[in-house]
Design a protein around this ligand. Structure first.
Ligand SMILES: [Zn+2]
Length: 408
């Protein structure tokens, strides 16, 4: 196996999480009685560019063509995006003469905020079922996978992005080179490219967030590695922000290398320094990660076994992809967790892949009054606790498992 970016031979394992089903392949009533494909969840680290990466076992066209994840269902995320849009319009003086293009635009929830301010938008979203929802909301959306081909087509039709946005998509890209070349092409001469992604490598290692590793995430990035990748195609990172959303995300602002109007912020230099100090440019930081994950797994087991010995009832909150990695890797199924709940109606009444834990409506919690509510979607911990505070009435408690087991 060779590095997705620099073609170097991959020899070092970062973390091997055994075999797992595709994290977003929720099952219905009949599917749970059928064979279910499990794929190795093994990540490598490249000794040359330090890109942490997963082998592509299942074609991404299969993973993303009918994606169950609809962005619009979390209020925290919607607020985050609304603030981002307002901030972007103000900072870069975006007006109705500009064009905003978003890659992996989902159901159009982000572009809607630009559209409300009369700024022309265009979305590119590969999942046809999700793109359909966007089109219904009158957000112009192309239902295709992004790469050089589609970028060329758009440029030929006179469309170039003044603001090019790619939120939570870079880790999902199997062919990084083609994707970055496409970005370069589609960005207007003075345009701004804004990339945001979760599972930022420094946070992932520091907080042992191994559950953010799943098959849909092909790559895990540090700023060090991203700078190498983008500069190879003459794109320059001029600002970087670390955000609390999604358990630690990173936002990058980029421009063409040829555009000298914008100065490089000190934040870039500071972040690179911090990464070096943490050890992200030495291989031992990566090869010792497995030990940390093993310790975490044992602590998670301990919680579930202790709780069950005391005859406590446990349910989950959320049915996120990360929850599926955690439950499958730790072997925690229906025997420990009675059910989980999710606000997203597209997930309700389905079953988690692998563990086959049923996904129900959140109102179920007040009916069964469980002792523990394990927040699988721990990145939305505050929101979940606020919405489900009713559990205090019968002495129920919230639990998070990452970075370490905590009864709240
Ligand atoms: Zn490499």
């Amino acid at each position: 196996m060779k590095c997705r970016f620099c073609n170097n031979k991959l020899k070092h394992i970062f973390i091997d999480l055994g075999k797992s089903p595709l994290a977003n392949s929720y099952l219905n009533n009949t599917e749970i009685n059928k064979m279910e494909p499990f794929y190795p969840l093994r990540t490598y680290v490249c000794t040359k560019c330090f890109l942490v990466q997963l082998e592509e076992f299942e074609k991404s066209t299969k993973i993303f063509s009918n994606y169950a994840y609809f962005s619009s269902y979390s209020q925290t995320w919607l607020n985050h995006v609304r603030d981002f849009v307002n901030n972007t319009i103000e900072r870069f003086k975006i007006s109705n003469t500009n064009l905003v293009i978003e890659i992996a635009s989902n159901d159009g929830y982000l572009l809607e905020y630009f559209k409300k301010q009369n700024i022309p938008v265009l979305g590119i979203e590969p999942a046809a079922n999700v793109a359909k929802v966007a089109k219904k909301k009158k957000i112009p959306t192309i239902s295709k996978f992004f790469g050089q081909k589609i970028a060329k087509e758009l440029v030929r039709n006179g469309k170039k992005a003044d603001v090019l946005i790619a939120f939570n998509v870079l880790p999902h890209v199997p062919n990084l080179t083609d994707f970055v070349k496409g970005l370069k092409k589609l960005l207007n001469n003075k345009g701004i490219l804004i990339i945001q992604f979760s599972a930022y490598l420094l946070t992932l290692i520091q907080k042992v967030e191994f559950d953010t590793i799943y098959h849909e995430h092909f790559s895990y990035f540090s700023l060090f590695t991203l700078q190498k990748i983008f500069s190879a195609y003459n794109l320059e990172i001029f600002d970087v922000e670390e955000l609390n959303i999604h358990g630690g995300s990173m936002r990058l602002y980029l421009k063409h290398l040829e555009n000298k109007d914008i100065i490089i912020s000190n934040s870039v230099i500071q972040k690179l320094k911090q990464e070096k100090k943490f050890g992200l440019t030495s291989i031992s930081t990566y090869t010792t990660f497995s030990n940390k994950v093993n310790i975490s797994k044992r602590k998670i087991w301990q919680f579930f076994i202790d709780a069950k010995r005391k005859r406590k009832t446990i349910v989950g909150y959320g049915a996120p992809a990360k929850g599926n990695t955690l439950l499958n890797y730790c072997g925690i199924g229906h025997d420990f967790i009675d059910y989980t709940v999710d606000l997203n109606p597209h997930k309700q009444n389905l079953f988690l892949p692998g563990t086959h834990i049923p996904i129900l409506k959140p109102t179920m919690i007040s009916k069964t009054k469980p002792d523990y509510v394990v927040i699988l979607a721990w990145n939305f911990k505050e929101e979940v606790m606020e919405q489900t505070k009713i559990i205090k009435k019968w002495g129920g408690k919230f639990v998070v498992l990452i970075p370490t087991v905590k009864v709240l």
